[in-house]
Design a binder for this molecule. Structure first.
Ligand code: ADP
Length: 397
């Protein structure tokens, strides 16, 4: 069965075409700068990569190109062969605890949740509508970044702010990166051969979050009402003393928009280093003696260590600590700094095994009390699996 996994952003659209249940990628593609000048797309299939510069005024045009490429390259003979399309949707609020088949109700709920994710949900809806128009007979499925974390209890998700804010304005922790945390924790359970495993998943990309998972359920996670909570990230500050914000707004006469931009786009690794939000640049500069980059590395590792320890206590132990996403998969140095800081928990890093990049691997020694893994994430595959299962009528996704 042919299934598409789609991730539509405000000016981009990514897709993967899968043969299911074999989980074979038939074609993948990225459309960039939609609605801007210099738009282009790249597609990959059969080991080939093709880039085309083409005017992409709207998502509708990008979706038409997806269909054209799938047909022209004989991935499909007719659009009706695509039975299901899974769409990544950033915010499902407290309404969705799993992926769901999209109907008018789902669309209006996702639209109404746009106030919680103004940059993402409207773009996700645009992508959904474009695919509904193009392939109306396919089952359209919404896969939410927040859904996996709906199992958190109110002790975890309630902020110590006026209680009415939670009820009236939806001010609570939602958590994000759910498809990734779910994928990695499921894979860890398979590797551990343990169903009720206690797993701590560190998704360390440009955006970063850690989740405590027990028996396949998210118990707590570091991102919050927005993704700007918990860890220090590429450009986001994560957890800080909230009172710094009104203080600095007064001092520098900043608007809410300006302060929001600073804490989301000019903080984190970039803010401290003054150099880059990319951990590769930070690693290089630090090695060359840049003290602020050295500070970034220490601050970054400290925060990851703090949350892992916190979740270790919350879970009353852990079977595995998993690293995933750009930094988690590709930076042995970051993993080493983190795991060496967890020696007190009985964690022992296998330095040789840790040299791995972007590959599934056990990186702890045999006598480590907690198994540590690198597990490359695959949110697209998770989306395709959910869409496939919902097409089959299996609601247990
Ligand atoms: P996102 O999906 O949140 O944009 P990714 O998961 O793609 O981010 O992670 C991107 C980040 O991964 C980069 O900004 C960079 O910091 C980091 N990264 C990628 N490759 C490497 C590497 N080889 N060494 C260290 N860090 C890396």
């Amino acid at each position: 069965m042919k299934i598409l996994a789609v991730n539509a952003g405000s000016s981009s659209l990514k897709f993967q075409a899968y043969e299911m249940p074999e989980e074979k990628i038939l074609m993948s593609g990225t459309f960039e700068k939609i609605g801007e000048s210099n738009s282009f797309y790249t597609i990959k299939f059969n080991g080939e990569k093709i880039k085309k510069e083409i005017d992409l005024p709207t998502h509708k045009v990008a979706v038409e190109m997806v269909a054209k490429e799938l047909l022209d390259n004989k991935i499909i003979n007719s659009l009706n062969e695509i039975k299901g399309i899974g769409h990544r949707v950033v915010h499902g609020g407290d309404k969705y605890s799993s992926s769901v088949i999209i109907d008018n109700d789902v669309i209006s709920t996702v639209e109404s949740l746009s106030q919680l994710a103004p940059l993402h949900n409207p773009a996700n809806i645009t992508g959904i509508n474009a695919f509904i128009n193009m392939i109306p007979d396919a089952v359209q499925v919404a896969c939410f970044d927040t859904a996996f974390h709906q199992t958190m209890d109110e002790v975890a998700y309630t902020y110590p702010l006026p209680y009415e804010w939670r009820e009236k304005y939806g001010i609570r922790k939602y958590g994000f990166h759910g498809m990734s945390h779910r994928f990695v924790s499921e894979r860890a359970s398979e590797l551990l051969q343990k169903e009720n495993a206690k797993v701590i998943v560190c998704h360390l990309g440009n955006g970063a979050s850690i989740t405590a998972v027990e028996n396949g359920k998210s118990i707590d996670t570091t991102m919050g009402f927005t993704p700007n909570a918990g860890l220090m990230m590429g450009t986001r500050c994560g957890d800080i003393d909230a009172s710094i914000l009104p203080f600095m707004m007064d001092k520098l006469n900043l608007s809410t928009k300006e302060i929001d931009n600073i804490i989301n786009k000019e903080s984190g690794m970039l803010g401290i280093s003054g150099l880059s939000n990319d951990s590769r640049d930070i690693e290089k500069a630090s090695e060359a003696g840049n003290e602020r980059c050295f500070l970034v590395q220490k601050m970054y590792a400290r925060r990851v260590i703090e949350y892992i320890s916190k979740y270790y206590v919350l879970l009353k132990g852990a079977d595995a600590i998993c690293f995933t996403a750009g930094i988690g998969e590709n930076s042995p140095l970051t993993r080493e700094k983190v795991l060496n800081g967890l020696e007190v928990l009985g964690v022992k890093l296998d330095v040789e095994a840790n040299k791995v990049r972007a590959e599934e691997k056990l990186i702890s020694t045999v006598d480590s009390k907690i198994k540590c893994y690198v597990i490359p994430t695959n949110e697209e595959l998770m989306i395709a699996r959910d869409a496939y299962n919902l097409v089959l009528g299996n609601n247990n996704v």
